[in-house]
Ligand binder design. Structure first.
Ligand code: NAI
Length: 348
């Protein structure tokens, strides 16, 4: 069904507040989830509310976190999220990074001890909206085999990038896996096969049987594997947090904090060129990419992130597409369905 941005925001914030979050935190989480749904990234939108509500209700998210921002050098800082909702800590830490980069030209802020923070495009867009380049990376639970391996070690460790443009920012945001875990779940629910190259079975063999999946595959083989390693080093090891296979699982022990890490890097274009020239060239890049002749089988070349921008424009006009079950949950009196505790993500 279709729902307006405002209505979806109100329903999500209300549910999370009823689950126990402070009003101002519930509002920020709703901002981030609606941002994702509005851009067609439904894997990180309203479908997460039930899980967050269960974790909040069971104590695995600090309701009144004691945030601690500490400047550690002229252009570096840490932001301790005290295992509160990751969205709020990541947003506040990005605000700090932007302020620092106004003075120093660049800033690196490590966000540590947080719960899941959602779609990273939200945070890098904050930087682009302030006329800065934003880069953000974070850890997630181990469910990806290293290249050539048969057991998971890294998470889907996403990388997001945004740069200010003229009409709109350029935003690119991806997991370092071929496909998100949500796509496997979707295939399972429909008893459909998955394409070769998405995932492996328990022996590490590539599988097309969604029910046999025991781990996901990195993008571009050894190269994507290397990228997810870099994300883990930057958002885990660098911040003194659990890393690799030691990162907490999304569904393990919903009563405990996840201690995840995220790293924001902000670069101020004014320290390299003028902001106006930078924006002009970003806009020119976006135009020139779209003007490239499409290869056979393609309608058009899109600039990175453009499919999300197109979805956003269509949803703005017609309302955001939301799965009926999710909408019905949001309008119901149920706070959560108590279905995530100690769930094995690979169980069929
Ligand atoms: P995706 O595969 O849907 O898209 C990845 C990127 O490719 C997007 O920027 C998209 O606009 C671009 N793209 C796709 N098709 C394109 C085309 N034809 N031309 C040009 N650009 C194109 O995204 P993915 O990898 O499924 O990630 C979804 C979200 O999941 C992201 O927001 C990510 O931050 C989030 N995530 C969050 C995690 C967390 O723990 N917080 C963990 C993993 C992912």
């Amino acid at each position: 069904m279709r729902v307006t941005k405002e209505k979806l925001h109100q329903l999500i914030a209300q549910k999370l507040e009823r689950a126990g979050l402070l009003n101002e935190h519930a509002t920020v989480v709703a901002d981030v989830l609606v941002h994702a749904d509005a851009r067609g990234v439904h894997s990180h939108g309203a479908m997460r509310v039930d899980y967050y509500a269960e974790r909040i209700a069971k104590g695995g998210i600090t309701i009144e976190p004691n945030f601690h921002f500490e400047k550690t050098g002229p252009a570096t800082a840490t932001f301790d999220g005290d295992n509160g909702v990751g969205h709020v800590a990541a947003k506040l830490a990005m605000e700090e990074a932007i302020e620092m980069a106004k003075e120093s030209g660049a800033a690196v802020v490590g966000v540590k001890h947080i719960a899941h923070s959602g779609a990273l495009s939200y945070f890098v867009k904050q930087a682009a909206d302030a006329g800065m380049i934003g880069i953000s990376v974070c850890q997630s639970d181990p469910m990806v085999v290293p290249f050539g391996g048969a057991a998971p070690y890294y998470g889907t460790n996403p990388i997001a990038f945004a740069a200010p443009g003229k009409q709109e920012p350029l935003i690119f945001d991806m997991a370092t896996t071929v496909q998100a875990w949500g796509k496997i779940l979707h295939a399972r629910s429909k008893n459909e096969a998955i394409p070769e190259g998405w995932a492996v079975d328990q022996d590490g063999n590539s599988t097309t049987d969604a029910h046999a999946v025991q781990a996901l595959l990195p993008i571009a083989g050894a190269k994507g594997y290397g990228l997810m390693m870099m994300v883990d080093v930057l958002s885990g090891i660098l911040l003194g947090l659990p890393f690799g296979k030691h990162v907490s699982s999304m569904y393990d022990d919903l009563t405990a904090g996840r201690n995840l890490g995220q790293l924001h890097i902000v670069i101020n274009p004014e320290f390299f060129t003028s902001l106006a020239a930078f924006k002009d060239r970003i806009a020119q890049t976006m135009e020139e990419l779209q003007a490239i002749q499409p290869a056979p089988g393609f309608d058009q070349v899109y600039y990175p992130g453009q499919p999300n921008t197109i979805t956003e424009a269509s949803y703005e006009q017609d309302g955001i597409e939301i799965v009926d079950d999710i909408y019905n949950y949001l309008i119901s009196d149920t706070i959560h369905f108590d279905q995530y505790g100690n769930k094995d993500p690979f169980a069929t």
